[in-house]
Design a protein around this ligand. Structure first.
Ligand SMILES: [Ca+2]
Ligand SMILES: [Ca+2]
Ligand SMILES: [Ca+2]
Length: 185
C-alpha cells in the first residue's frame, strides 16, 4: 500500500529529527538538535541559554518521543513514530501536551531575542542549523507560509496551527505543510 500524503509528511519529519542519521530517534538526537540550535545563536555550551534549549529538547524527548517507544529499546523506529503520531489525533489530551512541547522546543531554540516568537532571521538561523539538508531558498519560502498572517513573525499560536496541519491535514494547500520545508504532494 502506498503511503498517504500525511504519512509521507510524518516520515519526512522523522528523517529530519534523526539528527545522527542512524535510522532511529533517540535522546541523543534531541540533545544534538539542541546543541546545533545553541551554536547557531552563538550561545556558549555552559550558558543559561544553552541549558534552556537543552531542557526544551529533553522535554520533547521525554514527553513526546519516549512514550512512542513501543518495544522499550530506548529508540523510536520509523514505524513506531509513524504509528504513534498518526494515533495522536485519537487522544486529544496527549495530543495537546505533545503539541505544546513541540512548540516550546522550536520557539525556545530559535528565539534569540527572547520576544516569544521567531522573526525571519531567527527562523532561518534555527532551520539552517538544525536541518542542514534543507536548502536556504526552501527555508525562506517555508517562513512565508508558516508566518500565517504575514506580520514578519511566527508566533507560538502559528507554530501550533502549522504543526497541527503538518501532522493531520491532507489538504495539499495547507500552509502548515511547510513546517519541515517543501513536501511534494
Ligand atoms: Ca538517530
Ligand atoms: Ca524572537
Ligand atoms: Ca505571524
Amino acid at each position: 500500500m502506498s503511503e498517504t500524503f500525511v504519512e509521507r509528511k510524518i516520515a519526512r519529519c522523522f528523517d529530519l529529527l534523526d539528527r545522527n542519521s542512524d535510522g532511529d530517534l533517540s535522546r541523543d538526537d534531541c540533545v544534538a538538535l539542541a546543541r546545533a540550535a545553541s551554536n547557531a545563536s552563538g550561545f556558549a555550551v555552559d550558558s543559561a541559554d544553552a541549558q534552556r534549549i537543552h531542557d526544551a529538547y529533553v522535554r520533547l524527548w521525554e514527553v513526546l518521543l519516549a512514550p512512542m517507544d513501543a518495544d522499550g529499546n530506548g529508540r523510536i523506529s520509523r514505524e513506531e513514530y509513524v504509528t504513534a503520531v498518526t494515533g495522536l489525533s485519537d487522544d486529544p489530551d496527549r495530543y495537546a501536551d505533545s503539541l505544546g512541547v513541540a512548540v516550546d522546543a522550536f520557539v525556545e531554540a530559535g528565539d534569540a531575542d527572547r520576544d516569544g516568537r521567531l522573526s525571519q532571521p531567527e527562523f532561518v538561523a534555527l532551520y539552517r542549523a538544525t536541518f542542514p539538508s534543507l536548502e536556504m531558498e526552501e527555508i525562506v519560502e517555508a517562513f512565508g507560509h508558516l508566518d500565517r498572517d504575514s506580520d514578519g513573525h511566527i508566533t507560538r499560536q502559528e507554530f501550533s496551527e502549522n504543526i497541527r496541519e503538518y501532522l493531520l491535514s491532507d489538504d495539499a494547500e495547507a500552509p502548515g505543510n511547510w513546517f519541515m520545508g517543501r513536501v511534494d504532494v
